[in-house]
Design a protein around this ligand. Structure first.
Ligand code: TEU
Ligand code: CA
Length: 580
């Protein structure tokens, strides 16, 4: 490393932050994993809702793109009050999305094509339609059936007040009162999310045994691992103390989401025992099955506890996702992430978009670039689409050049923006419905994908139906209008994934480079990973390409300066190769 930099980069200083993995890494350490939100990916039967046969039919797209694995958001039987994150049966497929045979066919086809498949595990809560909850409602207070959930008597003389002051992430109190069998007002049950999503009681030993069977059910069918929903919320502080900090995802007028989950309902030590038990279960199976934790905890050192050697293999790095469009902030987050994860021997798992957040080109097209609204309404500031796309592409090339694993959210390979003008009647997110539209919610990142510019529903559905309306602008983003088009976002992702693979960047190293000719420290981020230098320019001044470096890929067209040298314009990331 030293020889390379001193020879090719005179007058710079380099700081090694993270060493390359020697030998063959576990597959997940450097994998690129593509998130499919099934209801919005591809509809096979024309009802306007994406389904499992639709996913199977389009696996070739993922192979072409060059990802290693797919994570499927929930497809289980569900009343669909929260896009399937309200599970009524962990072992059944929702008829809207397909059948168990469709899952088997998807797994077989994916494995045949060399793709691994992770599925979503939703252990914090069930749907209120789950048999367990129905049984709890029909059973008496204090019964074993009620003990699967968090039932408590209310406060106040007649128990008419909720047991504590916790708020639901989707707005309103986190408690709902039930009516007992004799029609009297009864106990209250806890729901950190929608009232149709009662929290499970992870103090209950029976539940541990039952969930282990759920894991085995899917592992036996051949899934390669699980994404664990709300991994940081499973265990609550004993006695459920009142909490005056913020709890909600949505926060009222300002639409600023709560960026960290803090308080007695989150990140309790007990969750780690549960994750350890699941790690042992997946370790019994051949083929390196993996777990990824969804845990909105802060700071990064706290998140690193989830990826200790006997816990989950990965945890989404949401601090990276939340980073503002700023070189010092990126440098700090990347350094802290690699150091914290290295200290426990874990991989860092980068992510920019998912089904819960505003798509990253749109976040980066706001005046406060990279700020984090909980959704964008037609009446809010509208992102600058072009600038956002350019920045989004630069952010993606930055992410894909980093050592570690990366998750892509369906549609980001097309550069899709957030849909900000969905009509109220179309919106379905419980955060929108539960707040009478005061909160705009997450539907804007869940609009069905455009595959073909000139086809009904842009090729999403043979009938032209689409459960959320697609903006007309999606024609410009359709896959077929980008295929083979030099400089298109799709071709950029495809080329980046290819280069990342052949140059083994995912298992590579990171050394910051400071002092490249013509750069200002606060505007240029540069690092070396194996034989590639990744440079991101956020400054107004175009940056000449370092002599002796060949351009491998760029997020936007390069400029030429007066001396005829290629230059890196503003809001651009390039990957450069040393030597000839
Ligand atoms: O999200 C968990 C979660 O806590 C999010 O609400 C997150 O805090 C928020 O998006 C940050 O802005 C998971 C699923 O990903 C989400 O789709 C579900 O609605 C939720 O769990 C309940 O299952
Ligand atoms: Ca369908």
């Amino acid at each position: 490393m030293k020889a390379l930099t001193s020879k090719h980069l005179p007058s710079t200083t380099t700081t090694l932050i993270h060493r390359a993995i020697v030998g063959a890494p576990d597959w997940w350490r450097d994998a690129v994993i593509y998130q499919v939100y099934p209801r919005s990916f591809a509809d096979s039967n024309g009802d306007g809702i994406g389904d499992l046969p639709g996913v199977t039919a389009h696996l070739d797209h993922l192979v072409e793109l060059g990802v290693d694995a797919v994570w499927l958001s929930p497809f289980y039987r569900s009343p669909q009050k929260d896009g399937g994150y309200d599970v009524a049966d962990y072992r059944e497929v929702d008829p809207l999305l397909g059948t168990l045979a469709d899952v088997d066919a998807l797994l077989a086809a994916a494995h045949e094509q060399g793709l691994r498949v992770l599925v979503d595990l939703v252990p914090n809560h069930t749907s209120s339609a789950h048999g367990w909850f129905q049984e709890a409602l029909a059973s008496a207070p204090g019964s074993a059936a009620r003990d699967r959930y968090v039932f408590r008597t209310g406060r106040g003389e007649l128990g008419e007040e909720p047991p504590n002051n916790w708020l639901s992430k989707f707005g309103g109190p986190a408690w709902t009162r039930v009516t007992e069998a004799d029609d009297s007002p009864g106990e209250w049950y806890l729901h950190l999310f929608d009232s149709s999503q009662p929290d499970l009681n992870w103090e209950n030993a029976q539940l541990h045994a039952e969930f282990e069977q759920v894991l085995r059910f899917w592992l036996d069918r051949g899934v390669d691992g699980f994404r664990i929903d709300v991994a940081h919320g499973l265990v609550k502080a004993p006695e459920l103390p009142d909490w005056t900090g913020r709890t909600t995802t949505v926060t009222g007028r300002k639409r600023r989401p709560n960026l960290t989950d803090e308080g007695p309902m989150w990140d309790q030590d007990g969750v780690h025992e549960i994750l350890r038990a699941w790690r042992q279960v997946v370790a019994e199976y051949p083929g390196d099955r993996a777990l990824v934790a969804e845990a909105w905890v802060q700071p990064i050192e706290r998140l690193a506890r989830y990826v200790r050697p006997d816990e989950t293999h990965q945890a989404f790095n949401f601090e990276f996702l939340k980073t503002r469009w700023s070189v010092p902030q990126y440098r700090a987050v990347i350094t802290e992430s690699l150091e914290a994860n290295d200290s426990v021997g874990a991989t860092t798992t980068w992510v920019l978009s998912n089904h819960d957040v505003v798509r990253h080109p749109s976040r980066l097209g706001l005046k406060k670039a990279g700020s984090f609204p909980a959704g964008i309404a037609a009446t809010d500031e509208q992102p600058d689409e072009h600038r956002g796309l350019m920045r989004g592409r630069a952010a993606s090339l930055l992410m894909l050049g980093l050592p570690g694993s990366a998750y892509l959210y369906q549609g980001e390979e097309l550069g899709l923006p957030e849909a900000t003008e969905l009509p109220a009647e179309a919106r379905q997110d419980p955060t929108f419905l539960g707040t009478d539209g005061k909160e705009i919610g997450r539907d804007g990142c869940r609009v069905p994908l455009p595959w073909v510019a000139d086809a009904p529903a842009f090729g999403f559905s043979p009938s032209g139906a689409s459960w959320l309306p697609q903006p007309a602008s999606f024609a410009r983003y359709a896959l077929d209008s980008q295929l083979g088009v030099p400089g298109s976002t799709y071709e950029m992702y495809r080329a980046a994934l290819h280069l990342r693979r052949v140059r083994r960047l995912g298992s590579g190293s990171l050394a910051w480079v400071v002092g490249l000719a013509g750069t200002r420290k606060k505007k240029v981020l540069a690092f070396i990973n194996r034989d590639v230098m990744i440079v991101m320019n956020l400054g107004a001044a175009a940056l000449p390409i370092t002599p002796g470096c060949a351009v491998l890929i760029t997020s936007r067209r390069l400029g030429i300066d007066a001396e005829g040298r290629q230059t890196i314009p503003r809001d651009t990331t390039v990957w450069l190769r040393f030597g000839s």
